[in-house]
Design a binder for this molecule. Structure first.
Ligand code: CA
Length: 376
């Protein structure tokens, strides 16, 4: 069986209600998907994270390397793509194109071998993964703290046992918002905060110290991803665990985070960091440093499914009779590209998501709906 065709789709949806975080406003979601098809008509789906038009160009660059290859040899294809782009793209969005293709090859491999990706990775260590709600973005409001508290309560009532909120507006507003959300959630729901690298080290220490009483499970991207030394210092100066890594690429990028003792929780995005092939290697590397892995996930059900299969395969650290339960990010902002386009739809049950059991990623794309969302 040989790869015959690589097809990309840019899909887009204008949001009913725009929202923002510490860096910019969102009023549209745009995503690049890729479909890899064999000469026998089997296909796999992949997705890249980042600017869709550039990912599409990256896929055009890599596609000729795939045509005519055996899709089962996905690590060989990965290496070929990596070596052909290494001189220009050791980091960044070109690797999202590589990731999208790698994910599609794993989906295809699973369909050819009639096994879910998690089994191909070495085994399913759990059938369900505890999901945390990503939401609580900023919006134009007279009383933002109150509105965020109401949104947080909605997630709690939907069964989430963990919720992540944005900080990075300014320290005073952040403290007020965190206080309001923690008060409405009560003590039993995990609460995380994410600054999207809005702060300096000094500001991050100030915020961390101020919100420590609210039992924060992690402080995500407190400072610029380039500031490895400052990450290490911040970790020593707060009791709140530090998370980061959605801007890191490949095992080599994560090596910087690990060697410098920057994070307690690493957050690679399978749609950017090098696909499923590389994510598995990053998981192994994280384990050697005693660092937890909670995937960053901001896309369709393709991205979510890939992350679920990987976390199903994750060996928790440390191992023990009653093991700690790993987490997965479940974006709850408005996104029909995630909710409607991919079948089956992922839904929360008792705060957890099922790891798909059917071959490959265990999802498919509704081709009728796809044409509705393909950007013209
Ligand atoms: Ca984040």
């Amino acid at each position: 069986m040989r790869i015959k065709e690589v097809t990309h789709y840019i899909i887009s949806h204008k949001l009913d209600e725009s929202f923002y975080f510490s860096q910019w406003h969102y009023d549209r979601r745009t995503i690049c998907l890729v479909k890899v098809t064999t000469d026998e008509g089997l296909y796999g789906w992949g997705e890249g994270y980042g600017p869709a038009g550039i990912i599409k160009a990256g896929i055009d660059f890599f596609a000729p390397l795939l045509i005519g290859k055996d899709p089962l040899q996905q690590e060989n294809i990965w290496r070929l793509m990596h070596l052909r782009s290494l001189d220009f793209a050791r980091r960044g969005v070109m690797l999202s194109a590589l990731s999208a293709l790698d994910i599609a090859l794993w989906d295809l491999k699973g369909k050819i071998l009639k096994q879910p990706v998690s089994v191909l990775l070495g085994g399913r260590k759990r059938e369900k993964v505890k999901a945390y709600a990503t939401g609580l973005y900023f919006r134009e409001s007279e009383n933002l703290a109150q509105e965020l508290a109401e949104e947080a309560l909605f997630y709690k009532n939907a069964g989430f046992e963990a919720v992540k909120m944005k900080v990075g507006l300014n320290i005073r507003a952040d403290i007020e918002n965190v206080k309001a959300v923690r008060e409405i959630l009560g003590p039993d729901i995990e609460l995380m905060v994410d600054a999207n690298h809005a702060y300096s080290l000094r500001e991050a220490i100030q915020l961390a110290n101020a919100i420590e009483p609210y039992n924060i499970s992690w402080f995500e991207e407190p400072i610029s991803p380039e500031e490895y030394d400052n990450y290490r210092e911040l970790r020593l100066r707060t009791k709140i665990p530090i998370a980061g890594g959605e801007c890191e690429y490949l095992r080599f990028g994560f090596q910087n985070l690990f060697i410098n003792r920057c994070v307690d929780i690493a957050q690679p995005d399978v749609c950017a960091t090098g696909g499923i092939t590389e994510f598995k290697k990053i998981m192994s590397s994280a384990q050697t440093f005693g660092v937890d892995v909670v995937p960053h996930s901001w896309g369709t059900g393709i991205a979510l499914s890939a992350a679920l299969h990987l976390i199903s395969n994750w060996d928790t650290i440390p191992g023990r009779l009653y093991e700690p339960e790993p987490l997965i990010e479940f974006d709850r902002t408005e996104n029909p590209l995630r909710d409607d386009l991919i079948k089956p739809r992922f839904s929360l049950e008792n705060g957890r998501l099922d790891v798909p059991t059917t071959p490959g990623l265990g999802i498919d794309v509704d081709m009728n709906l796809l044409s509705k969302y393909v950007s013209k």
